[in-house]
Ligand binder design. Structure first.
Ligand code: C5P
Length: 417
């Protein structure tokens, strides 16, 4: 059986989160958000405006959060776990989802005529607005002016997504996906210890074409690389993710994603951009070979019992980088089925890497496609760190700790000379 460890690495665990709902059609999606936050271990308190209750009922949110829903200005917390203290005193974070043009306008102009607006005025905790409205309203100078004013005061906004809207039109105004909202909330509680770094991550498989419909690829899902990109960004780094074709959704909306298909395309993208990065993490599963000639037409079935494909070597991207990386930290991955540490250590030397992360791909329940991983990190000093089975997010965090150590060591060396 495989346990779901995917939620373990969350900075939202044990946090008191206030989710305020205002009167927009996207209010129904907030139920999913509350569910996700409680799954990550937050204690959620839901506040609803009068207009929100036209769209959704307090009962849904009381059931999902396990706490009483606050929808009146002078409601006391009698009978609830938090007693008579005010919510703004115990809250760690307040998020307004969906935030209508009306609530943004009221708060920007100092109106405090209900529980939510009064709480925002009284609170000192970080506040995140997640607006959702019709495109024309979103673009209006009134709304944009109010947002600018609130941003200047330190309030945070997550921009709406583009797509089909409930009013029948299409454009910017949709509520962002729940996972994007949660990811933005995770930021509030994450130490930005990689703030000054620009990190390139390569991820996923490469695909080499045989003919227009057939290809050679491998079982990499890209999840390990995506977790590295996500956690690096959470910790403040600027991130470029170069990814092969995978069904996994890019991990954050605020990282640069470059999509490639073949190993040669990946090589070109990497060589084009690595100079601006201080760290390069090569988590991609690059095909070692490609077809020598790619057929323009679909290859026909023949009577031959055996057909052979002629393959030629692909560029070894990481070895090429190793030779020109200079001060940059270069991290490689090694998928092994035997002699894990020894093979990884050899590869580290041969390819001039600073760190290598080895995983045993012969184990069926970790690695490829899984949300969990178990790895061995080998440093140039010979130091070996065993990382037992845990979520890929947690593994990513530990790898990034080792990267940080490398960066510090290099920095010290530079200071010395
Ligand atoms: O030699 P091996 O393929 O096991 O090395 C794995 C490491 O090398 C990974 O970090 C992978 O991204 C990188 N690699 C590469 N170019 C290749 C093959 C592997 O950059 N052609």
């Amino acid at each position: 059986m495989t346990a779901d460890h995917s939620q373990h690495h969350s900075n939202l665990k044990n946090k008191e989160i206030v989710v305020a709902i205002t009167g927009g059609i996207a209010a129904y999606k907030t139920a999913e958000l509350v569910r996700e936050l409680t799954k990550r271990g937050s204690n959620v308190h839901v506040v609803m405006t009068k207009n929100a209750m036209e769209f959704v009922t307090p009962l849904t949110f009381q059931t999902l959060s396990g706490n009483p829903v606050i929808n009146e200005m002078f409601q006391l917390f009698s009978g609830s776990k938090i007693g008579h203290v005010t919510l703004s005193d115990i809250a760690d974070h307040l998020v307004i989802v969906p935030a209508t043009a009306n609530i943004i306008g009221k708060i920007a102009n100092g109106i405090a005529d209900d529980f939510l607006t009064t709480m925002v005025m009284a609170t000192t905790v970080p506040v995140l607005f997640v607006p959702s409205m019709n495109t024309k309203m979103w673009e209006s100078r009134i709304v944009q002016g109010n947002i600018e004013k609130l941003e200047d005061l330190g309030f945070r906004f997550l921009e709406p997504a583009a797509g089909e809207l409930a009013c029948g039109t299409s454009g910017k105004g949709r509520l962002p996906e729940v996972e994007d909202i949660v990811e933005t909330m995770e930021d509030v509680f994450t130490l930005k210890d990689l703030q000054d770094q620009k990190i390139m991550v390569t991820a996923g498989p490469t695909t080499e074409f045989i003919d227009p419909v057939r290809c050679i690829t491998n079982r990499s899902s890209g999840k390990m690389g995506y977790a590295l990109a996500k956690i690096a960004r959470r910790r403040g780094a600027e991130v470029i993710l170069i990814t092969g074709q995978t069904y996994v959704k890019p991990p954050r909306i605020d990282i640069e994603v470059i999509r490639v298909t073949t190993a040669v395309e990946m090589r070109n993208a990497v060589m084009d951009r690595f100079r601006e990065c201080s760290v390069i993490i090569k988590a991609a599963a690059v095909a070692d070979f490609r077809c020598r000639t790619e057929s323009c037409q679909k290859m026909k079935k023949t009577s031959d019992a055996i057909v052979s494909l002629e393959l030629e070597k692909n560029p070894d991207i990481i070895a090429e980088l190793g030779a020109v990386k200079e001060h940059r930290v270069l991290v490689g991955f090694a998928a092994e089925t035997e002699n894990l540490t020894k093979n990884a250590a050899d590869k580290l030397k041969r390819k001039q890497l600073d760190l290598i992360v080895a995983n045993d791909v012969s184990k069926a329940d970790i690695g490829f496609g899984s949300d969990d991983n178990e790895v061995t990190i080998v440093e140039t000093t010979g130091h070996v760190k065993q990382v037992p089975r845990m979520s890929k997010d947690e593994v990513a965090s530990i790898i990034l700790d080792s990267v940080k150590k490398c960066l510090k060591k290099k920095q010290r060396k530079e200071d010395w000379y």
